[in-house]
Design a protein around this ligand. Structure first.
Ligand SMILES: [Fe+2]
Ligand SMILES: [Fe+2]
Length: 187
């Protein structure tokens, strides 16, 4: 759970990081995040990770941090602005996607506080890439990091794994960062 002040802090650090990239269109991307539910949405419907208000932004920030840590640790060839963009935008597919799970008596479910409603079922990583590209031009590496951040949880992974691992080995690092944040931070 995050209180209002913590959510505000996450919002400030995320917008500061994104703007620090200086990428053309980044102001428009930040406007989009601020007018959508990006900073208020959960990261899951409550059964997995970050199933609370502000969970998506919290998860995205921690994934960025963990991914950057792996980039430094393994000396991966990922520019800092690309780690910021990939980390913070990898789950844009979850924006305006979770709705409160209202029970028949009008109260909210505690065990499953959110349900999903996908109005644009393009795919998980694919949709995040498509949304980011409306505002900024992604490098191939950023598109790869976002598209394939689910790694072998993505059913198409097996068809592309060899090429991805050969040409963009950093994809494994963001996939592991995503997993670790969900499993060890529960976010
Ligand atoms: Fe994801
Ligand atoms: Fe994620």
């Amino acid at each position: 759970m995050l209180n209002k002040t913590e959510r505000k802090e996450n919002q400030e650090r995320i917008t500061r990081l994104l703007k620090s990239t200086g990428r053309a269109g980044i102001e428009e991307l930040v406007d989009y995040l601020e007018t959508s539910d990006y900073f208020e949405a959960p990261a899951s419907s409550g059964q997995n990770h970050g199933g609370y208000a502000g969970g998506l932004a919290h998860h995205s920030y921690l994934v960025y941090e963990e991914f950057q840590h792996k980039v430094d640790r393994y000396n991966l060839n990922v520019p800092e602005e690309s780690a910021i963009i990939a980390g913070l935008c990898h789950d844009l597919c979850k924006v305006d996607y979770y709705k409160p799970n209202t029970l028949k008596d009008g109260s909210f479910s505690k065990s499953k506080p959110y349900v999903t409603q996908d109005d644009f079922p393009l795919g998980h990583g694919e949709k995040s890439v498509a949304i980011a590209q409306r505002y900024i031009e992604l490098t191939n590496q950023e598109a790869m990091l976002i598209r394939w951040h689910m790694g072998n949880y993505d059913p198409a992974w097996e068809f592309y794994a060899r090429k991805i691992e050969e040409r963009f080995p950093e994809v494994l690092a963001i996939h592991h960062a995503d997993n670790e944040v969900a499993k060890y931070h529960g976010v």
